[in-house]
Design a protein around this ligand. Structure first.
Ligand SMILES: [Zn+2]
Length: 275
């Protein structure tokens, strides 16, 4: 017979620790998980995400590929996230950010857009190479640690509709899902849409870049409540000139976002810029 005391006992067992049968079930599950993981390693041994060489764990790089990634480390520009040649102490703003301030508050990226990182991102975009997404998720959590901590909601930079149909998925949304899953922060997948297809920004003048992305993003009616008063973390694969991120930031600010930070896998520009 189930009494209030039995329920109370069960509750205290759940709060204070698992009942013996729970513990043995959990141990059994862990045992099976180890067996399956071991079997999976035999059938599908871990290989480097960059070159397929054998490695000790899944979703990682071999030492040689690690060395081929230009990870961005401090000191860096607080606004643009680009590396700076020396540390002057405190929050540093690059000359580039002072001359042409972005519409977002802070940008951070895992690495520079060159070498292996460029190829890994290209594979993610065009070859459905989703096997790298767990590694990317872990990198983004480290590079964007401060920005993720400060954000209220995560939003991916959207693709134009035509491009989404031809590629079948939005790589920025995949990265955003990974970050949301690892950090527990909420994600708003419908809060920002792209209203026009834009040209490649590289090679365009500043005025052309701004014209190219002007009005390219919109917070659709009914989605403003997901954005208004919120600190938004925008996710993209690459920050090239920053004009796309700025255009997306303007649309989010128009909808009432309190701050907009952007986190990407890579940022273009390999030469450190002086503060
Ligand atoms: Zn490798």
């Amino acid at each position: 017979m189930i009494t209030d005391d039995t329920i109370a006992d069960a509750g205290s067992e759940l709060r204070g620790g698992r009942a013996p049968w729970f513990a043995s079930l959990a141990a059994l599950r862990m045992g099976w998980a180890r067996v399956f993981s071991g079997l999976a390693d035999v059938i599908l041994p871990p290989s480097c995400v960059g070159c397929q060489a054998r490695v000790l764990a899944h979703d990682t790089l071999c030492p040689s590929c690690w060395r081929d990634i230009d990870f961005i480390r401090a000191p860096l520009c607080d606004r643009l996230g680009i590396p700076l040649p020396y540390d002057t102490g405190g929050v540093m703003i690059s000359a580039a950010a002072v001359a042409d301030p972005p519409d977002f508050d802070r940008a951070r990226a895992v690495a520079l857009y060159n070498g292996l990182m460029r190829r890994l991102i290209h594979d993610l975009k065009y070859k459905d190479a989703l096997h790298a997404r767990r590694l990317f998720g872990r990198w983004l959590i480290v590079a964007g640690n401060e920005l993720i901590g400060d954000c209220d909601v995560i939003v991916a930079v959207p693709l134009a509709r035509g491009r989404l149909i031809s590629r079948r998925f939005n790589q920025a949304q995949i990265l955003a899902n990974e970050i949301a899953g690892l950090s527990g922060k909420p994600i708003a997948p419908l809060a920002l849409v792209r209203t026009k297809r834009t040209r490649q920004q590289v090679g365009l003048s500043r005025a052309e870049r701004q014209r190219n992305v002007a009005g390219a993003f919109l917070v659709p009616p009914g989605q403003e409540s997901r954005i208004a008063g919120k600190a938004v973390l925008l996710i993209d694969d690459v920050i090239t000139t920053g004009a796309t991120a700025s255009a997306a930031a303007r649309a989010l600010k128009k909808a009432g976002a309190s701050r907009i930070d952007i986190l990407a896998l890579a940022i273009a520009g390999s030469t450190p810029v002086g503060p």
